[in-house]
Design a protein around this ligand. Sequence first.
Ligand SMILES: Nc1ncnc2c1ncn2[C@@H]1O[C@H](COP(=O)(O)OP(=O)(O)OP(=O)(O)O)[C@@H](O)[C@H]1O
Length: 612
Amino acid sequence: MSALGLGLRATPVVMAGFLAVTVVSAAAPVVVTWLVKDILDGLAAGSGVHETFGPAVALATAGAVMAGAPQLTGYLQARMTRATSLLVQERLHTAVDGFVGLGRFEDPEFLDRLRMAQHAGGLAPFQVTQAVAGIVRSCVLLVGFVGSLAVLHPLLAVVVSLSGVPVLWAEIMLSRRRAATFWEISPTERRELFYATLLSSVEAAKEIRLYAAGGFFRERLLAERRKADGLRELMDRRELRVQASLQVAASVLAGAALLWAVGSAARGTMTVGGVSLVLAAIPAVQSGIAGLAGETGQVHHSLMMFDHYVTVVRLGPDLPTPRCATAVPPLRDAVELRDVWFRYDEGTPWVLRGVDLRIEAGKALALVGVNGSGKSTLVKLMCRFYDPTRGRILWDGVDLHDMDPVELRRRIAATFQDPMRYELTVRENIAVGDLSALDVPGRCEEAARSAGVHEDVARLPHGYSTLLSRTFRGEDDHAAGVQLSGGQWQRMGLARSFLRADADLLILDEPSSGLDPAAEYEIHTRLRARRSDRTSVLISHRLGAVKDADTIAVLQDGRITELGDHAALMSREGTYHRLFTLQSRGYRERADDPVDEEAYATHPLSLPGPSS
Ligand SMILES: Nc1ncnc2c1ncn2[C@@H]1O[C@H](COP(=O)(O)OP(=O)(O)OP(=O)(O)O)[C@@H](O)[C@H]1O
């Protein structure tokens, strides 16, 4: 019903027109058959031109309706498909956009369902409408022709009607199997799509060529395709077996009825028109039954597929959100983690193990630790991309659970390790950080200046209107896009977060890992200035860059093992001291020279970096 409702909401007039044309075109063959019978019987009884003229005109009109109907229904179908799939896309993406966290985007089963929803959602309302129209057509046809047969011989009408029961049952079974096959091949198709994207994407092209890995991925793609095709083949064979058997049975029945009709005519118990009616009615009833069965199977199949769309649209929030959310006030006191435990999935190792951490308002916290120690995970929890498995995160004493996540994120400006590379113009790329900046001249430019990328942008062919893409051309001027360097992209990510100048919490997850030492120094000087009066969390492997933080937390295997400022941690001679000494050695001419902390802090070259 919701599939039909969706179609009706998308395009009510077209849908009503489609159903009307369907009913009229379904009634036409019944009318034609009776008109033919009347004309033949009239001619056999010696009627003149006057008596047969009226039925002949009606016959010609019905023929014209039958000829024109398919074109009109084709056009109306196309309009309905476009309108419903637009509505479906809008609803599906609104629902997906409403997910608070990231968990669902990392759940293969959900991704399979989403793919099916994208595929089926757009088609199902139309398919259901089409099938319902088909059912109406078949019913009109069946009532007309079974009624006609019943007039000639009631038993014949009953036998022909009953022959439809196994056909109907078989179609429903087949449609169930078809939906199951679709579900079974969905992961395979997603993997195939993944390999196809790899083989055609500019991001992967470099490594694939360098390592000559194209053949490997192509084989994987073909293996996935063969696997899916194998399942499709099984389904096709099953359909062939069932439908061929039913077809043979239908032909035997039609042959028997034909023999009976001819015999009756020879004995004089049936007119010539009656024979013509039987000849037309038997195949029409059989095709009506097959149509009814096929359409019922189609409705059943489409509804099973549509169920994926309905499930996704009705999933609701992935993380609990409060009914009456507490407003998120500016940060006055602190963000606090209390005994936070976290793992990505049940049964996987803990990533955070009882973290207690207080980030005072207006202070800078640095998180350091080897690869995989849980630093990025910790800040992702602060943005509420996931909820702690145990423990709480408080914003001025209020649990993040009790806040509207959208409001919370308005108070946060963050740059992550790999900022997104949108294939949009420079201005749009920056404005993603705060879309209102698109309407305020100079805001994106100011953010780009702060991120130190303005001069680079000014040299681009169309400045801030330059498209950053190698795979699309500009929509207006069809000019080819350009590509930025890794460091420039990283600065674009920073510019994005700089647009949120009034955010209370600044999160920087390795914001300068792709920059050269001079650029890194310059960025860190800018960041220090920005952070000075703001609460910030900085993650960096370049310990010279975090030296000035008010508090430095060392994360090791999901636990905070050291906490304090630079001087305190150096005097502890623990992990921080070891890593800092190791990195700063790159600035000493000889290994036994004393550590030049100043030189290292202003040029925080990260060789050799910490490793896990
Ligand atoms: N989305 C995810 N799903 C499952 N496991 C994850 C996910 N992200 C990270 N992990 C796992 O969590 C652990 C911590 O990862 P995290 O990215 O937080 O470490 P990190 O300290 O930021 O590392 P790095 O210094 O390399 O950036 C790793 O073992 C990683 O495999």
